[in-house]
Design a protein around this ligand. Structure first.
Ligand code: HEC
Ligand code: HEC
Ligand code: HEC
Ligand code: HEC
Ligand code: HEC
Length: 425
């Protein structure tokens, strides 16, 4: 009887809704851990588990963790406030916690998992980043949410009849399909003793086939002074791409949409981000080198968090491999600024400051969508046998690398992701 009443409740009072059934117990869908999907969706689970989406909270991402603890507070405490308000970070970094307005992220796996399966697969409609009052609604709050899972491919409710009912929940591989919904008595479909009652109702929704599935969190974010901290979505519109985010970030592998969703943390993803080429010409005792860097993306490279940056290292080598010339000794920031692709933030006195304090953008020399940048060098030709161009990616600004001493070294080390070498004729 109780179940029937709960099912008839309107959808809008989320949090009170008892939508899913696990181990015979009813729970709100946003409390369902990704571990409950693992058994049947092993490949996708593993891809997601290795992604930054699964590590998006202060408990799991060392960089976000360090900054969150400093700017916001302890992710294991309740009632943490920023200027008297619930921390906006969690709308994107731990959407299930944001729904419950809690800041104690270790209270439930569904919180500490960050952007987990149900966080994305309950997004029913993208409302856009601006509410009726003109105020920004970010992350989770940019979406109308559902208490049923959303099936991007157009989920079919193929139901059997009578005695065949239980059998009809078995798919071709013999796996149980818990997404079929309840029968007309309000009972979960799968009450098989071996599996326990599992009921994760699903409806068809093609929104997840579009960039709208990403833009609530990835479009843009500004600091309190209105300065853009990241704006992948705005960059994208400038590039006027017809491609959706999924076409690159969720390619089909092994017959399924890949959930690894790599970016700056993924060397493989970085390797396909640009085309690097060089041309050299000897004139007398000088060598002119044109280094060409082409952005293959409809968004900036680097994109996202303001501190992402990259630089070019150009070396001239002798036949024995000795370095005869290099475009910088310690770092190109001062020695060869054009080789530093960076976004910097400043205060009114033009001093570089951390993102929350910035009142303006310092410089933005990141590659624009599809831009080809040519860097020209003129160096002594004597003894030069070959020239080598290498691009290095950094998650953090050099200043942050120095300050954040406790971060694992791997997160601070420059990653070489593109290279090109040419013999001088
Ligand atoms: C960041 C958002 C996001 C997260 C997190 C996420 N998904 Fe998805 N998922 C999507 C999108 C978007 C698609 C549709 C991709 C397409 O078809 O272009 C999708 C597709 C799928 C599909 C259909 C795949 C296919 O190719 O037929 C399954 C199954 C699925 N997700 C399961 C899961 C499970 C299980 C988890 C957690 C382990 C998960 N998803 C986490 C966004 C997400
Ligand atoms: C008991 C097994 C089982 C569990 C547990 C399970 N699923 Fe599924 N799921 C299935 C089966 C079976 C299908 C249908 C597969 C197919 O036809 O490709 C499916 C399909 C899907 C699809 C694709 C729908 C579409 O339109 O393409 C998504 C998304 C999905 N599940 C998400 C989840 C999420 C999220 C969880 C955890 C909260 C979960 N599933 C837990 C068995 C399961
Ligand atoms: C609920 C908010 C949310 C949604 C929806 C979402 N993301 Fe994310 N995404 C994040 C957050 C937060 C991070 C950063 C996590 C971190 O580094 O701590 C992230 C990180 C990423 C990264 C960077 C990974 C790296 O290596 O640095 C990529 C790429 C990405 N998301 C792509 C997507 C795509 C594509 C979609 C849509 C299919 C999507 N995201 C949907 C919040 C979201
Ligand atoms: C043509 C392929 C392509 C498309 C389309 C694409 N991306 Fe990317 N994206 C990449 C590559 C390659 C990288 C790695 C290089 C970099 O970080 O700039 C990347 C990096 C990222 C990152 C990582 C930023 C970080 O801080 O590490 C995010 C976030 C991201 N993309 C979001 C999106 C979103 C959102 C969309 C859709 C609006 C999208 N991308 C569309 C190829 C693509
Ligand atoms: C609108 C959604 C949104 C909000 C709100 C948000 N972030 Fe993020 N954040 C992201 C996304 C998406 C990424 C990763 C992709 C990128 O770099 O753009 C990210 C990345 C980060 C990173 C880099 C993580 C890494 O691994 O390098 C830090 C640090 C960060 N956010 C801190 C915060 C803090 C602190 C707050 C709250 C004051 C916050 N964010 C609020 C969406 C958001």
């Amino acid at each position: 009887m109780k179940r029937l009443i709960i099912i008839l409740l309107p959808l809008s009072i989320s949090g009170l809704i008892q939508a899913a059934t696990l181990d015979g117990k009813e729970v709100p869908i946003h409390h369902v851990s990704s571990d409950n999907c693992l058994e049947c969706h092993q490949t996708i689970y593993k891809q997601w588990k290795g992604s930054m989406h699964a590590k998006s909270t202060a408990l799991k991402d060392p960089i976000h963790g360090a900054i969150y603890r400093k700017m916001v507070g302890d992710p294991t405490k309740e009632n943490v406030k920023v200027s008297g308000k619930y921390p906006v970070c969690l709308q994107c970094h731990s959407p299930n916690a944001a729904l419950d307005q809690t800041t104690k992220l270790d209270a439930k796996p569904a919180y500490s998992e960050g952007i987990n399966c149900v966080a994305c697969h309950t997004m029913k409609r993208y409302k856009g980043l601006y509410g009726k009052d003109g105020k920004m609604q970010l992350g989770q709050s940019a979406y109308e949410l559902s208490d049923s899972l959303q099936g991007p491919n157009g989920f079919l409710h193929e139901q059997g009849q009578g005695a065949d009912k239980l059998r009809s929940h078995l798919d071709e591989e013999g796996e149980l399909n818990p997404h079929l919904g309840r029968d007309n008595k309000g009972q979960p479909y799968l009450t098989d003793k071996e599996v326990q009652a599992v009921d994760l109702p699903m409806v068809a929704n093609s929104t997840l086939k579009t960039s709208a599935a990403c833009l609530g969190c990835h479009d843009k974010r500004k600091n309190s002074k209105g300065v853009a901290l990241c704006e992948t979505g705005d960059e994208y519109l400038e590039g006027k791409s017809r491609q959706n985010c999924q076409s690159c970030h969720m390619p089909i592998s092994g017959g399924l949409a890949d959930h690894s969703m790599g970016g700056g943390y993924s060397l493989a993803m970085l390797k396909r981000s640009v085309r690097l080429d060089l041309m050299s010409q000897k004139v007398g005792d000088r060598l002119t080198i044109d280094v060409m860097v082409e952005n293959m993306q409809p968004h900036n490279v680097p994109t996202g968090a303001p501190f992402r940056n990259m630089y070019l290292k150009l070396t001239a080598l002798s036949a024995d491999g000795d370095v005869l010339w290099q475009n910088f000794q310690t770092h190109p920031a001062k020695e060869d600024p054009k080789a530093f692709f960076v976004y910097t933030m400043m205060d009114d006195a033009n001093h570089p400051v951390p993102p929350p304090m910035a009142s303006k953008v310092g410089k933005n020399t990141r590659l624009k969508p599809y831009e080809t940048r040519v860097l020209i060098y003129n160096i002594p030709a004597s003894g030069v046998d070959s020239v080598r161009a290498e691009l290095y990616y950094n998650l953090l600004w050099p200043g942050m690398v120095k300050k954040m001493r406790r971060l694992p070294a791997a997160l601070k080390a420059p990653k070489r992701f593109a290279w090109f070498e040419e013999k001088i004729r």
